[in-house]
Design a protein around this ligand. Structure first.
Ligand code: C5P
Length: 398
């Protein structure tokens, strides 16, 4: 399969240095990058750094004999899945909005029939100027997507909107735009993630340890593959996933209600560490320190995975997680049967594994056909692998 390719146009702004980081992140994800550097861009980054990071020649001239022979402006955009302009300066936006074509960057933008994403970067007053806002509206109407700018301190010493979005944020939008043609296009997915908090009184709660990282990574991978994704999240400290619908909840009962609301879907992945119990009754006022410890009575929480697996509107593919500290496969198999789901991803969360709150995960994929041990992978890679398996399974089933 041909790897995905981005055509990155780098305009002349101080934020151009961030584009180097963007190229590095794209390369890490296996996305090939071709670059066009504008004349003004050359003042901020060198063609040599771009060529070294992208491992490809940098295109600069509209009338370059060698480039035109091998890859002219039409060919450059034809080979790309997406054209990204970062930084998109006020000048580049103005030219693109009016259809000017007097250098390689603007000619390519006019000649392309591929989706275009712009990451604006400019002085706050330039951004707020009616002319720029008019160009922005026109470009949006022409179908151009935007990421940023963000608020913050700027190199010119001012504060306000105008900073180029950070490379990881641009990457997320790129992934979701490319996913629009991805292997899960037309598929609806839901993911539960994070812990649930079960209040005891207005200030105290019980919860399981969960960072939400694995669930968020799965939601991100689903979006990247083009799935219409709902992320149902307990309280976590993570940035939202661009392109996914986020339903934030606190308790298990709220999570179940949100999950039901998100149905019907084709695939549901239950990654949340749902608290098994909640306080039978939540104290209206803060429980006072009495001489002895209080006696708390608990009630069982609904099992969201089992309820959805056995309920109406069952997704075509239901996937659960099993966090275990011992006999991982045996407990995973048992859970598969008890919960009525199709697959279980069982992982070792014993303190020595470092999985809890960490960046890596070692999982077993347990299905009715057997058990498969995956190597230790970054949580993002676990997510990508899982999504590839989901795509294969759903294609096989349809
Ligand atoms: O907590 P337990 O090990 O039973 O979790 C196994 C799977 O069931 C996980 O996928 C978890 O998200 C899901 N689960 C749930 N609702 C619960 C408890 C667990 O959806 N109340």
């Amino acid at each position: 399969m041909r790897s995905q390719q981005i055509l990155l146009i780098i305009g002349g702004g101080i934020a151009a240095y961030k584009s180097l980081e963007l190229i590095r992140l794209l390369a890490r994800d296996g996305i090939a990058v071709r670059t066009i550097l504008t004349r003004a861009g050359e003042e901020f980054v060198t063609p040599l750094s771009l060529a070294a990071l992208s491992r490809a020649p940098v295109h600069r001239d509209l009338f370059s004999l060698t480039d035109e022979a091998q890859m002219g402006h039409i060919e450059l955009s034809r080979a790309a899945d997406l054209v990204v302009v970062a930084p998109a300066t006020a000048d580049l936006m103005a030219k693109a909005a009016s259809g000017e074509a007097n250098d390689l960057a603007t000619t390519t933008l006019l000649a392309t029939d591929k989706p275009v994403l712009m990451a604006p970067a400019m002085n706050v007053r330039m951004w707020q100027h009616p002319a720029t806002q008019r160009n922005l509206a026109r470009l949006k109407a022409d179908g151009v997507s935007f990421v940023g700018p963000e608020d913050g301190a700027m190199a010119c010493g001012e504060f306000g909107p105008g900073r180029m979005a950070e490379p990881p944020a641009i990457l997320e939008v790129i992934r979701s735009l490319m996913g629009a043609q991805g292997q899960l296009k037309g598929i609806k997915a839901l993911v539960t993630a994070g812990p649930t908090h079960e209040p005891l009184d207005p200030v105290r709660y019980i919860a399981n340890r969960s960072s939400g990282r694995q669930g968020y990574a799965i939601a991100r991978a689903l979006v990247a593959a083009g799935a219409q994704t709902t992320l149902i999240s307990g309280p976590v400290n993570l940035p939202a996933v661009a392109g996914a619908r986020l339903l934030s909840v606190e308790t298990a009962e709220q999570m179940l209600a949100a999950t039901r609301e998100a149905l019907p879907v084709d695939v549901a992945i239950f990654c949340a560490a749902v608290a098994d119990w909640r306080a039978e009754s939540v104290a209206e006022q803060k429980l006072k320190k009495t001489p002895g410890p209080p006696t708390l009575r608990f009630a069982a929480n609904p099992d969201i995975l089992a309820t959805i697996s056995r309920g109406p509107h069952r997704p075509r593919l239901v996937i659960g997680f099993a966090a275990e500290t011992q006999a991982i496969v045996a407990h995973g198999k048992d859970k598969l049967a008890r919960k009525g789901c199709d697959w279980i991803l069982a992982n070792d969360v014993s303190p020595s594994s470092g999985v809890m709150g960490g960046t890596h995960n070692r999982v077993h994929l347990i299905t009715a056909r057997g058990d498969e041990e995956w190597p230790e992978l970054d949580k993002a890679e676990v997510a990508t692998r899982l999504v590839a398996r989901i795509a294969t399974a759903l294609q096989g089933a349809s």
